[in-house]
Design a protein around this ligand. Sequence first.
Ligand code: 4AD
Ligand code: MG
Length: 462
Amino acid sequence: MRRTKVAELLGATVCGAEVRAAGWVRTRRDSKGGFSFLEVNDGSCLANLQVIAPDTLPNYGDEVLHLHPGASVVVEGELAQSVGSGQAVELKARAVRVLGGSPPVEYPLGKQKVNFDRLRELPHLRPRTNSFGALARVRHVLAQEIHRFFDARGFLYVHTPVITANDCEGAGEMFRVTTLDPHSPPRLPDGTVDFGQDFFGRRASLTVSGQLEGEAYACALGDIYTFGPTFRAENSNTRRHLSEFWMVEPEMAFADLDDDAALAEAFLRHLFGAVLARCGEDLGFFDRRVQPGVVARLERLAAAPFGRLTYTEAVRLLETSGRAFEYAPSWGMDLQSEHERYLAGEVFQGPVVVTDYPEAIKAFYMRRNDDGRTVAAMDVLLPEVGEIIGGSQREERLEVLLEAMRRAGLAPEAYPHYLDLRRFGSVPHAGFGLGFERLVQFCTGMNNIRDVIPYPRAPRLC
Ligand code: 4AD
Ligand code: MG
């Protein structure tokens, strides 16, 4: 007989069935009435299964009374209507088999509450806690819904490479991939390292974005998206930055900035609605224990249309806000996260799409506007999290693109494929990138981005 998952047992309407469950003991409580209560969790849902283990079990004294948090068990018995409050059903055990014991003194997730900082040192055990179990399930649902959203709209899922020779964002924040001996790399006559002798015959890095490769597929197949890990060697120690994070990047041919903003809004609202519909129990936990109000906020955002304004209008709003920002806003400066949070959190009290940023603070590939000083860029800002999406209409005019690359100090020879797309059948196209962990952070109200990815990578953390 195969085990039945706790999520299914707790949803059962017919009692009296003979079932087998398996999981890890969260607590054991011994009653004077000749039995023990075990709370067993198997990760299939937030709630535990309550097991009643009578003292008539043959291994009651030797094993059941020595079960401690963390031990793994298989329980067989009858699913019964629960008399106690707090749960609908319980499992009346006829047999409790102990698979793996757990010494109470050593197990780090015993009875006392363990904080998130300490749990970060236990990445292999933290999925056994309520918070990280709930996070893993919410992450899963959001990932599935991302695929569902794009599949339903005819976007092809394209796998772009993790190792690449180009720097998409042109910011130089890339992790080198090399097999050269760091102590004695081959050198050119001028003393610099000869990457021609490296594994790929040239400098290679971990990708910061799949966009450039995604554009090639969009300019052949129409609508595509990528969803994969991306890497940034940026020395940012904040609660919103990771060195390794997952990014979703749709790219549409025959599309402009308005199409891009409309897609971003439909996408986020779909995800907010889906996570509310599918993760009620887990979101309830975050609402009670992590960030009160997180569910109401999601409900509001799933229903309300997004705000929209240009960068120039945003700067004017910030300048006249009467607020003492740490960084005084001024035209030409990138928006700081305090500015983003003010716009989304206080002015609009919901998501805002900011468009048309100054050319000088955005990447080389964004389409130049007719004013000659801004580009067709858009960022979607959320309350508290700030920027969650960055995107743009792409520069499809070869000459304008070449000029932008020169101004950005990029060698056009390094991007021959990208330029070819403008040489052969160039079309207007647009896309964006959504930081998956920032989405999970927003949906759960978790404070630190390092706690919404199973194994966080950040400066000095690997
Ligand atoms: O704004 P970014 O840098 O845009 C791009 O990479 C474009 N190539 C995307 C595109 O147009 N296809 O990054 C996109 C999003 C950000 O809005 C943010 O949500 C997330 O990726 N992000 C990070 N998330 C966690 N840690 C970091 N260090 C991040 N850097 C960016
Ligand atoms: Mg950005």
